[in-house]
Design a protein around this ligand. Structure first.
Ligand code: NAP
Length: 248
């Protein structure tokens, strides 16, 4: 018996990076995985093929998590095709870093819509089927930056801090219906997002982390698996860091 046998998981932003790592982990654990992306058609098709070749069921949908109506359409389509959604990972996210002095209104709004409003959009849409099933696990991807703040990331930090408030509120509202909601706060995880940083800066980050390395997508996926499964049946409203000790 695998941890996620018979479960359907919806993961936003899984054509690459952390979302992809979670999709791989969840298929290995027996889940049917539905994932979204916005531009990486080839990577999405490749991931579908990879997961299907492993004997799993996986389907990628091109769907912008920042759009309210698109989220409802997505959930309707998944329900029509797979009949249930047990797990949601609100993972889609981007950075538009700049010092506040130079940060544009456009980049502020873009970050809020893609990182924070996306959680509202998908959670609103998936609430109804989860309430009906009286069961569900919603996992939102925050960041240590949402807890600590970071110069040059006022927009990103605010969106990730917002996710923490959203997570705790949803946990309080839906707990009586056996729907859990938790947040993961990754530290420095080596993906395309952090790959854009200068190697010298990256090495400084690694040196400052007690475990002396950046995290892998699997490090985050392992926690997502725990929070998605019944292993964490009595855990809700929590923010759990996966950061090699960076924030302690
Ligand atoms: P990544 O490698 O840049 O991947 C981002 C994923 O999100 C891609 O699949 C991308 O799809 C998708 N995406 C972007 N905008 C979207 C939208 N509007 N709708 C749907 N999907 C969208 O990023 P990552 O490093 O894996 O980060 C994943 C999450 O973890 C983010 O929320 C990020 O803030 C958070 N996080 C990351 C780190 C880190 O160190 N990497 C640390 C803390 C938190 P396309 O391929 O189609 O563009």
């Amino acid at each position: 018996m695998n941890l996620l046998d018979g479960k359907v998981a919806l993961i936003t932003g899984a054509s690459r990076g952390i979302g992809k790592g979670i999709a791989q982990k969840f298929v290995e654990a027996g889940a049917t995985v539905v994932f979204t992306y916005v531009s990486s058609d080839d990577k999405a098709r490749a991931l579908e093929a990879e997961l299907t070749a492993k004997g799993g069921t996986a389907k990628g949908f091109k769907s912008n998590a920042a759009e309210f109506d698109a989220a409802q359409t997505l959930v309707d389509d998944v329900m029509a095709e797979f009949g249930r959604i047990d797990i949601v990972i609100n993972n889609a996210g981007i950075t538009r870093d700049n010092l506040l002095m130079r940060m544009s209104e456009e980049h502020w709004d873009e970050i809020m819509n893609i990182n924070l409003k996306s959680c509202f959009n998908i959670t609103k849409a998936v609430m109804r089927p989860m309430l009906k099933a009286r069961s569900g696990s919603i996992i939102n991807m925050s960041s240590v930056v949402g807890v600590k703040g970071n110069a040059g990331q006022a927009n990103y930090a605010a969106s990730k801090a917002g996710i923490i408030g959203f997570t705790k509120s949803v946990a309080a509202e839906l707990g009586s219906r056996n729907i859990r909601c938790n947040a993961i706060a990754p530290g420095f995880i080596e993906t395309e997002m952090t790959g854009a940083l200068d190697e010298k800066v990256v090495q400084e980050w690694r040196d400052a982390i007690p475990l002396k390395r950046g995290g892998s997508t699997e490090d985050v996926a392992n926690l997502a698996l725990f929070l998605a499964s019944d292993m964490s049946a009595y855990i809700t409203g929590q923010v759990i860091n996966v950061d090699g000790g960076m924030l302690m």
